[in-house]
Design a protein around this ligand. Structure first.
Ligand code: GLU
Length: 442
């Protein structure tokens, strides 16, 4: 069994593309299929090597490993061969209309209240008429002759589906300049590369009606199809308008964890709760197309931040140590456990490493209060030291609640907010704590 993710290298991957990649990846894991990365680079004008490399970089960073790879620009001969087969069986026919002529036909059909479906005039051309067009210098484009029947399939997400091919224009498979549009190469690849499950967004449902007829013309085997609802913005609007800020590249630059993105994209629009899941393997275990709803999935960028914080708060030291060290923020397991609940992104750990190491400029509003507190600071800063100390300061000064805790936090960290003070005090240590309570940068 084999699935494929087939991005076009005409831009960086965004959360919408990754949802498709992820659905394929999780499904493949679940059923033991292999995962093919297919670079759909038939659009030579817009495809670039840099975008192609970006696709691999982004997938690798997310951990969406692929088992094999192919690209359409290397397979043109196969598409030519398939086109010849279709021409020989009369299913791919030459059309000579110019864009203006087609536009006129569309307008006339609409003005007569008819659907603007291609009228197949080209099928009625005699050889002499075709020769005359060619003598005029017209180069044909090629359309696939749909059956006009209903095409049916059982969709993994949508259940029983039918598309009435009489309601669709015969699709152009080859442009006048010889370029293959996406439709035919995709089918040829799916057949020849052995794809058994085609899983993609529901913007491809009508394509599937057409492509099933092409599959039938070229092969005796049909893949299983699954179309899941598209992502929309939090306000229900199409996501594409703001996708610029939702590229994987940008999210990575913002310090977002891969699993925050993947947890959200896997659970959004399903009957499962949206929550941070630590590994792709764990996501795969709960993956089921039966859980995918039919309504568009609302993507709220704030959820990425929320899940990212959740992941960090639950992360074990061993799982982040290497990255903390790379950030220069590894101060050991106790420090990680003390600060992780305060992180939005992992890089925030560096701020707390600085608070632990110093120098911190203490904020002191009441020097006498801090001096009293300093005189009561326990010698050993063990697990109970904070409770014992603040209890003693409270008894000596009468301060309680915020009036007790805030001045201590401000003196010791220079800040109003932060991690629980007990573990942090132990990490700062007695010497620096005394200096900070005395108003010295330490
Ligand atoms: N390159 C096509 C796209 O990005 C692939 C569609 C498909 O999965 O068949 O839309």
């Amino acid at each position: 069994m084999k699935v494929r993710f087939a991005p076009s290298p005409t831009g960086r991957l965004h959360v919408g593309n990754i949802r498709t990649a992820l659905m394929n990846w999780l499904f493949a894991k679940r059923i033991g299929a292999s995962f093919l990365l297919r670079i759909d680079d038939t659009d030579f004008a817009r495809s670039t090597k840099a975008f192609e490399d970006g696709i691999r970089t982004d997938l690798a960073w997310l951990g969406l490993a692929w088992d094999e790879e192919d690209k359409q620009s290397a397979r043109s001969a196969r598409y030519e061969a398939a086109a010849e087969t279709l021409k020989a069986s009369g299913l791919l026919y030459a059309c000579y209309e110019t864009a203006e002529e087609l536009d006129r036909k569309r307008k006339i059909a609409l003005s007569r209240g008819r659907p603007p479906i291609y009228d197949r005039a080209a099928l009625k051309l005699s050889d002499a008429e075709k020769a005359a067009f060619e003598a005029e210098g017209r180069v044909p484009h090629w359309r696939f002759k749909l059956s006009g029947a209903r095409v049916a399939w059982t969709d993994l997400v949508r259940g029983e589906q039918t598309i009435d091919t009489a309601s669709i224009s015969d699709p152009v498979l080859i442009r006048a300049d010889g370029a293959f549009l996406y439709t035919l190469p995709s089918v040829v690849d799916d057949i020849e590369l052995g794809v058994t499950h085609v899983i993609r967004g529901e913007d491809h449902v009508a394509n599937t009606g057409v492509q099933i007829e092409i599959f039938r013309a070229l092969s005796d085997r049909l893949p299983t199809f699954g179309h899941f609802p598209l992502l929309v913005g939090a306000d229900g609007e199409a996501l594409s308008k703001r996708l610029g800020s939702m590229s994987i590249e940008d999210l990575r630059a913002k310090g977002v964890e891969p699993m925050a993105i993947l947890s959200l994209l896997a659970k959004l629009g399903t009957s499962d709760a949206v929550e941070a899941v630590a590994t792709l393997g764990a996501l795969a275990e709960t993956f089921d197309f039966a859980k995918v709803g039919r309504a568009p999935a609302r993507f709220d960028p704030d959820d990425v931040g929320r899940l990212n914080a959740q992941l960090l708060h639950g992360a074990a030291y061993v799982d982040v140590q290497g990255r903390l060290a790379a950030l220069g923020a590894d101060r050991g397991e106790a420090a990680w456990n003390a600060v992780r609940a305060n992180l939005s992104v992992l890089a925030d750990a560096a701020d707390w490493a600085r608070v632990i190491d110093g120098p911190v400029s203490p904020v002191i509003e009441d020097a006498a209060f801090c001096a009293t507190a300093a005189s009561l600071l326990p010698v050993e800063l063990g697990p109970d030291a904070w409770g014992a100390w603040t209890g003693a300061v409270k008894a000596a000064t009468g301060a309680k609640g915020r009036a007790l805790f805030l001045p201590l936090r401000q003196a010791l960290t220079g800040m109003d907010h932060g991690p629980e003070m007990g573990p942090l005090l132990a990490l700062i240590g007695r010497e620096k704590a005394l200096k900070r309570l005395a108003g010295e940068a330490a």
